[in-house]
Design a binder for this molecule. Structure first.
Ligand code: GLP
Length: 241
């Protein structure tokens, strides 16, 4: 596992975007799995800008969304669906057949997870980009998550239910989620975990230097064969080594 540190959020975001662009250059049919959330926002802005400016052919790329809140409409500005559509897919004009997003309003979330799981089995994931929750979650893989599945339905931790309110303009009931699971994270050919800001410093220290334990799901990255943790100096502030 590489630890890559950047002087601020902007530098971190530019480096993440560059990795995404280079990934497409080396494999034009790259399968991405992308997190939503505040952390990757600027990286996606830079990514969109770079692929357009450098006229990179991304028409054969496939994109998976990392997770979704169950019960939240794809049109809700707080949904992961809306976030990735507005910040990546619409600006790039990605074809629908190359996009796999969870439908938070699906009447049958199990079937929705099966659909995404089958697509992962068929395509494989080349590059997965994840943020980190304040409790160490990756996607919605909360403390105590199962590792066995590709995709799963989860009961959201109270920390996630509270922190998740930041994405919505009014209070929401956030009880359950669907997520690409830790098995798929470990199986992805390359994984990037990104974090910025001092509020993530303690959980980043535990992720990198703590004992591997499912009580802090992000520690599982230590088992990944090809992973980088990309952080700004503020998020790196508690690292001992
Ligand atoms: C959210 C999402 C994750 C995200 C993480 C960090 O709850 N489910 O996919 O990576 O928590 O979010 P942020 O980048 O906003 O801090």
């Amino acid at each position: 596992m590489d630890i890559l540190k950047y002087k601020n959020y902007d530098a971190l975001s530019e480096a993440v975007a560059l990795q995404m662009v280079n990934q497409i250059i080396s494999k034009p049919d790259t399968v991405f799995c992308l997190a939503s959330g505040n952390t990757p926002l600027k990286a996606y802005e830079y990514f969109v800008e770079k692929v357009k400016k450098e006229t990179i052919d991304y028409s054969r790329c496939v994109f998976f969304g990392l997770d979704e809140w169950i019960g939240i409409s794809p049109d809700d500005t707080g949904s992961c669906h809306y976030f990735l559509t507005k910040n990546v897919f619409e600006p790039l004009g990605i074809a629908n057949e190359n996009i796999y997003l969870f439908d938070g309003l699906s009447k049958n979330p199990e079937a929705e997870c099966d659909r995404i799981s089958r697509a992962i089995e068929k395509n494989g994931i080349d590059l997965i980009i994840v943020g980190i929750g304040m409790n160490g979650h990756i996607g919605f893989n909360e403390p105590g998550a199962l590792i066995g599945n590709n995709v799963q339905i989860v009961a959201l931790d109270s920390v996630t239910q509270t922190v998740g309110q930041k994405y919505f303009d009014k209070p929401m009931l956030l009880k359950k989620g669907m997520t690409i699971a830790l098995r798929s994270f470990l199986d992805a050919k390359k994984a990037l975990l990104i974090a910025n800001g001092s509020k993530k410093a303690s959980i980043i220290q535990q992720t990198i230097e703590g004992e591997i334990s499912i009580t802090v799901p992000s520690t599982i990255i230590q088992l990944h064969k090809n992973a980088s943790v990309m952080i700004d100096y503020e998020a790196a502030a508690c690292l001992i080594n």
